[in-house]
Design a protein around this ligand. Sequence first.
Ligand SMILES: Nc1ncnc2c1ncn2[C@@H]1O[C@H](COP(=O)(O)OP(=O)(O)OP(=O)(O)O)[C@@H](O)[C@H]1O
Ligand SMILES: [Mg+2]
Length: 264
Amino acid sequence: MLVADHISHTYATGVEALRDFSLRVPRGQFVTIVGPSGCGKSTLLRVLAGLIRPSAGEVWLDDERITQPSPRIGLMFQDAALLPWRTVEQNIRLPLELGDRAAIASRLGSLPESARDGQFAIDDLIQLVGLSGFEQAYPRELSGGMAQRVSLARALITRPPVLLLDEPFGALDAMTRESLTASVESILRTTRTTAVMVTHSITEAVFLADQIVVCSPRPGRVMGTVQVGLPRPRTWAMESWPEFGALVGRVRALLAHPGHPATS
Ligand SMILES: Nc1ncnc2c1ncn2[C@@H]1O[C@H](COP(=O)(O)OP(=O)(O)OP(=O)(O)O)[C@@H](O)[C@H]1O
Ligand SMILES: [Mg+2]
């Protein structure tokens, strides 16, 4: 379970980004976060990742208090930020070279023998993200969607139990975005990864989530939480279901009436 407990954060400039923000993400759940631009969503993700210490409140991953980046928490941002001089496969391997080897080894130790071999894992992962045949390609040879697939594989190579995603598809065209959203849903379900994803797209938020958290304008507070009971695997055909439309409507309604944050 990933828990953000009464997080408030004010930057050194005096900007209050978050106020008393609490979040509980049970293991394996997918939580999406929507809210107006500038309301503190990226700040929240940085706090969850241990990249910034909040002014108040605590982040816990099971019994580990998160106060600095942890190998148990993977990150994916809007910009794929691939190293241009490394191939797809070499970019995906990067965290294995940089990371805390002991922590990675102990996690891989809990996997079956066959999955422990690094090469097997990377082939598997490349297939999972749909990049088979592009192992030796360089970033300049990839489309934006393919670059984000590399970024996703790189975030998953160390098998973090938690993945944080900050508008990972924000820079992509609508069709690529839909197909990647469906891939992410299927991949994170297959790997049983707990996920928190920030998105500007309400339909994307509904498509992916078990739970949608709607934020108020800055300082970000929780305006409300919407539970999503749609079956998995999700498909875009579900977008035309009345239930899907009703969920979109509930999120829109919460966004349209700021000023009455839910008590946490
Ligand atoms: N490093 C920083 N130093 C000072 N202020 C910051 C810093 N990062 C963000 N802020 C401010 O904190 C507030 C929240 O920013 P944040 O990036 O968390 O919002 P956001 O919800 O992710 O916005 P968007 O939807 O546009 O990505 C903004 O007013 C922003 O200007
Ligand atoms: Mg942001």
